[in-house]
Design a protein around this ligand. Structure first.
Ligand code: NI
Length: 380
């Protein structure tokens, strides 16, 4: 067992040293393929550019169960100071996907060892491009989920101590939408604003009005976030520019508020356009919806925790995005958060995962798949 603990730690440190951005995980994919092959674990032949899907076939009759991990990194310059810090300039595993991939590999190895007792098959997803939201749709399109009955996934959570697993039924993460707004005014001399149509003044009104989207449209027991994160306009001090451009994100926890906020934003832009006699164009890019945990399987993940020596906690929903949500549009499943220590938050240049959390996470993933296989087999 100590051997597997050390091996998984080495795998994680290796992945951490050589992180790759979303959709470019070629070396990561090749490395994981080698590790799976060295443990005699089958890899499915699927039309995927990057990422891969392993399969462990149990010797007992049973369902197809899916475990999901992700493998991509972020465009961040690492400042952790760790001995195994990123060797790829400007790229970092700052969301701990190296941890997720290593835990999933560990689960695959443990399940392979238990295959005489395993009911059904387990597919282990090493999903690319989670950060861009393109990875899960690519995996689904490859057919990897076809015939599967349930899916489990985890994310490390630096806000939870090592040894704790958190889950809840219903919304766990937020629906993530990205938007950009282009305000087309009319440029002129800064001294003669009446001869133009100042897009910066319109942008000011827009930013203020956006604050009412949530405060005056959603009931007080519903959460959502609207953030403007970029604004660009102008070139110098004495010219009123032609255009202003803003970008931001909307985070919601259910489909109704997601639809409502998009609709209200569109109405607001139309209204401002009329009042200021300007054109306000919206580019709305929908991302993954809210991770929506099935009631039965959320309870199942918490029930299974103590057997893997983890403490189960019911947690609050988080406004982060997670493209695991796309899988749950096809099959039921549950996504859990596994304590990884902290103190730095996800996506921080000093982000770290405590290695102590790795083997328990692998053992827990394997236990979820094993127990779900037997539970579903008994019902069939
Ligand atoms: Ni992540």
């Amino acid at each position: 067992m100590t051997q597997l603990v050390n091996y998984l730690q080495e795998v994680r440190h290796y992945l951490h040293r050589f992180p790759e951005l979303s959709g470019q995980e070629y070396a990561t994919t090749a490395y994981l393929r080698e590790q799976l092959a060295s443990h005699d674990i089958a890899v499915l032949d699927l039309p995927l550019q990057t990422g891969l899907v392993a399969e462990v076939r149990g010797e007992q009759p049973g369902p197809l169960v899916v475990l999901r991990s992700d493998i991509d990194a972020l465009p961040i310059e690492e400042q952790s100071g760790d001995a195994f810090r990123s060797q790829n300039p400007g790229v970092m595993h700052a969301c701990g996907h190296d941890f997720h991939a290593s835990a999933a590999l560990g689960a695959a190895i443990l399940l392979q060892q238990q295959r005489a007792q395993l009911a059904g098959s387990v597919r282990i997803l090493f999903q690319p491009a989670e950060e861009t939201g393109h990875g899960a749709p690519a995996i689904i399109a490859s057919g990897a989920l076809d015939g599967a009955k349930v899916i489990f996934g985890l994310h490390n959570d630096p806000g939870l101590p090592v040894g704790v697993v958190g889950c809840k039924a219903g919304a766990l993460t937020a629906g993530v939408d990205r938007f950009a707004i282009r305000i087309k005014g009319t440029g002129t001399h800064a001294a003669r604003p009446h001869e133009g149509n100042d897009p910066i003044v319109i942008a000011g009104q827009l930013i203020t009005a956006l604050q009412t989207l949530i405060a005056r449209n959603l009931p007080s027991d519903q959460n959502a976030v609207v953030s403007i994160t970029q604004i660009h306009s102008g070139t110098t001090w004495n010219v009123i520019p032609e255009e202003a451009w803003l970008e931001g994100t909307v985070r919601t926890f259910n489909a109704d508020s997601r639809t409502l906020l998009e609709q209200r934003l569109r109405q607001l832009l139309t209204g401002l356009g009329v009042s200021f006699n300007a054109e306000l164009a919206l580019d709305w890019q929908p991302g993954p919806p809210s991770v929506w945990n099935d009631e039965r399987w959320a309870a199942f993940t918490l029930d299974q925790a103590p057997a893997s020596e983890l403490e189960a906690r019911t947690i609050e929903a988080s406004p982060i995005g997670e493209d695991f949500a796309f899988y749950q549009q096809h099959i039921p499943g549950a996504f859990v958060m596994v304590g990884s220590g902290g103190p730095w938050p996800l996506h921080h240049p000093q982000f770290r995962v405590d290695d102590q959390a790795l083997f328990p996470a692998a053992r827990y993933l394997a236990a979820l798949a094993f127990a779900a296989g037997h539970e579903l087999a008994a019902e069939a």
